[in-house]
Design a protein around this ligand. Structure first.
Ligand SMILES: [Zn+2]
Length: 345
């Protein structure tokens, strides 16, 4: 019975998408100058090995990204985020239909797949990098967790009963911990459940799993930008570099002031020293910030972005700008992309 209604549901969803795509974006254009800030993470072909070990919400394929940038060029004025912020903070007139493209985390695939497209279409963008991880083999914990779980399912399923893995078995997760590797959606659930713990705690627990299950050497190293790639992108004039802290820790209330100062100020200084360019913008990892973190960001940057969904006006807080996150599953065609841009869906 339920299956009979699926086409109707899909039709309703598509109608709502059309409405959001064509009315939603137009409504934003009707009011005072706004800026739409897009949040991307990784640009990877669907058949790339790296894409299969990643949460779906992190990826856009190169083909889809090219079509996004082409459409943005037709309908918006693509501008560097820092340029828009400088105009806003000085009280100058803001451009109509402004749009800024941003990438979080500093993945090597930004250089490999996004940069050539941005050059070809002459579109500026900002890449928020994690300064102490640039050019290293350190990993973000979500990718570590994904690789470890996939590796256990494929090569060590008899170890699922080990007590070191108990913390992953949240009753809410749909993954069954069998010989079948988790789907991207199930990985997304495991990662979201782990966020109840601090970043250090998660890394510690993953270290224990790697150690007791002897997984060292079986986990692939990450794929982050190095300083040469960053410098090439930066000197092109198209890509500006922003800070995404030193170690990608969530800047919540538990983080003390010494750590906050290091993560927020030392990251800026290191990137400036290595690139020779001023770092004007900041991005809060996972969108978390304490009052102390926000105050330090205000003192040291022209502006900052959060993960809150929406558009921004001259009246928006320069250090808590909203963005629209884009990934393949929700922005594959023009209608879906513009519906997403409206902020309604
Ligand atoms: Zn991040």
């Amino acid at each position: 019975m339920v299956a009979r209604f699926r086409p109707v549901k899909q039709l309703i969803k598509r109608c709502l998408q059309y409405l959001a795509a064509y009315a939603g974006v137009r409504m934003h254009f009707m009011y005072k100058p706004k800026i739409l800030i897009l949040m991307y993470h990784r640009i990877l072909p669907a058949n790339d090995r790296r894409a299969q070990l990643e949460e779906p919400g992190m990826i856009v394929t190169p083909e889809t990204f090219r079509s996004h940038v082409s459409m943005l060029k037709q309908h918006f004025n693509i501008i560097h985020l820092s340029k828009w912020l400088e105009l806003k903070n000085s009280g100058a007139e803001l451009p109509e239909r402004a749009c800024a493209i941003t990438f979080d985390d500093g993945w090597a695939d930004n250089f490999e797949f996004a940069f050539p497209i941005l050059k070809e279409l002459d579109a500026p963008a900002t890449v928020f990098v994690v300064s102490d991880m640039i050019g290293t083999s350190r990993q973000f914990w979500p990718e570590r967790l994904a690789q470890i779980v996939t590796c256990i399912a494929k090569d060590h399923p008899d170890q699922w009963s080990h007590t070191a893995l108990d913390w992953l078995k949240n009753p809410a997760t749909r993954y069954q911990f069998t010989t079948v590797a988790p789907t991207q959606e199930e990985l997304g659930e495991l990662i979201s459940n782990a966020k109840a713990l601090s970043d250090d705690e998660i890394h510690d627990r993953l270290n224990i799993i790697e150690h007791v299950l002897n997984l060292q050497g079986q986990i692939n190293k990450p794929d982050l930008l190095n300083w040469e790639q960053l410098s090439e992108m930066n000197t092109s004039g198209l890509i500006e570099i922003g800070s995404h802290t030193c170690n990608h820790i969530r800047l919540s209330n538990e983080v003390d002031n010494v750590v906050l100062e290091y993560e927020i100020i030392a990251s800026k200084k290191l990137i400036e020293k290595r690139t020779g360019q001023a770092v004007k913008t900041f991005c809060f990892p996972n969108g978390n910030y304490s009052a102390g973190a926000l105050e330090l960001v205000r003192k040291n940057y022209v502006g900052a972005v959060s993960t809150k969904k929406g558009w921004n006006t001259a009246a928006s807080d320069s250090c808590l700008l909203h963005r629209i996150g884009v990934h393949e599953d929700i922005a594959r065609d023009k209608t879906a992309f513009f519906a997403r841009l409206s902020g309604w869906m």
